[in-house]
Design a protein around this ligand. Structure first.
Ligand SMILES: [Zn+2]
Length: 386
């Protein structure tokens, strides 16, 4: 190929192609910088001469999936009048950088769906360097205004030695609003103070610190308890009773073996499964009672609005009559969260929106590299899914 066609092809300016070689790791393209002599920046003299040569090495975009390194031979000038040495700049590489400018958008695009490790292999760079280039060139500014509907949902991020991180989700766009380092009340409160405006509806798990923070800032906001979260509480009640019974009962092993039957929606059980379940429930009165708590709860909330509200009230009355420690604990949870749970019957919002987002976060977690550091983790989440 005629020499400067390569320069054009690679969209470089101010350098001329010299030669190409290739080893099993990468292609090396050598160039020489055009000799455009500056005037001396110190004394203004134009008596500038070449003093010596330097080779600037940098990574460029891969060619046919093979990494490319470019070597640019560049002049260092000296001023004959004042002796100052002058190094001219390159158009496509920032001073002292070991990658061309084109590499930056390449990395940003690749890490939307690729791990840092794989991206760095495509360029023949270290993961650390790739991460550093990404971080330096990806700027994320905190959102300035709250949407009308906000979801608060924790997820297991294991970043910065905190097990849980908090996802704040914009209920209008269904996208990540922001990610918080932990689920402590102080962290949430500090954060919620920053953007302007106030959401009308906040959907959350039944977790006291979220409630307190939101009430403190926005006493007018309607808090909706997440349906999936409170259904889980009821399921856990059955589970706890089952485990307690199975420990002391002579047929405990059977209960252990068929634990799933207690969790399944009874309308979805096969005839065989129903018979088995009946048999297991007849082993113990308390277990039977716990199961009735779950079944009648599911029945109550299968409706919505006023109907669900009425049935839920009846269910609470029923729950209060049951003399089981697990039922008492469940009752006090629902009593504490009564306005928020009943709000969910009228406002059809759940943290189900967070599920898709949490799945994407899991993918990010699997790539492992660098995400133990919360800032990196957050930056990557916001880069990919906000
Ligand atoms: Zn000079």
């Amino acid at each position: 190929m005629p020499t400067n066609d390569i320069t054009k092809l690679l969209k470089f300016e101010g350098i001329n192609f010299i030669s190409q070689e290739e080893n099993d790791k990468y292609i090396i393209l050598s160039f020489v910088r055009e000799d455009i002599r500056p005037v001396c920046p110190q004394c203004g003299s134009s008596k500038i001469h070449i003093n010596d040569w330097r080779i600037h090495k940098a990574t460029d975009l891969p060619i046919n999936n093979k990494p490319v390194k470019i070597h640019i031979k560049k002049q260092r000038y000296i001023c004959k009048d004042c002796n100052k040495t002058v190094t001219g700049s390159l158009k496509d590489i920032e001073p002292r950088k070991q990658h061309t400018n084109k590499v930056i958008p390449f990395i940003k695009e690749k890490v939307r769906f690729m791990t840092f490790k794989n991206c760095s292999q495509e360029l023949s760079l270290s993961s650390t360097t790739t991460m550093r280039i990404f971080k330096k060139n990806t700027h994320y500014s905190e959102p300035t205004e709250f949407p009308k509907i906000l979801h608060i949902d924790e997820f297991k991020g294991n970043s910065n030695k905190e097990k849980y991180q908090l996802a704040i989700i914009n209920g209008e766009t269904k996208k990540v609003f922001d990610i918080l380092e932990n689920r402590k009340q102080k962290t949430l409160l500090e954060y919620l103070k920053k953007p302007s405006g106030a959401p009308e509806i906040v959907v959350m798990d039944m977790w006291e610190p979220y409630y307190t923070a939101v009430k403190k800032l926005w006493p007018e906001a309607i808090i909706v308890a997440d349906k999936f979260h409170y259904i889980r509480q009821v399921n856990w009640c059955v589970r706890d009773v089952r485990i307690r019974v199975q420990k002391s009962h002579p047929k405990g092993n059977k209960l252990k073996k068929y634990w799933k039957l207690f969790m399944m929606n009874s309308s979805k059980l096969s005839i065989f499964q129903k018979e088995r379940l009946e048999e297991l429930l007849s082993l113990d009165e308390e277990l039977k009672l716990a199961y009735r708590i779950k079944e009648s709860f599911e029945q109550a909330i299968s409706d919505n609005g006023c109907n669900a509200h009425k049935q839920f009230d009846n269910w609470l009355d029923f729950l209060q009559t049951i003399n089981l420690s697990e039922a008492k604990a469940l009752y006090s949870t629902f009593e504490n969260w009564y306005p928020e749970v009943t709000a969910s019957f009228y406002y059809n919002y759940t943290n189900g929106v967070a599920e898709g987002i949490n799945n994407k976060i899991k993918v990010i977690k699997r790539q492992a590299y660098g995400i133990r550091n919360f800032d990196n983790f957050r930056l990557l989440i916001m880069h990919r899914i906000s």
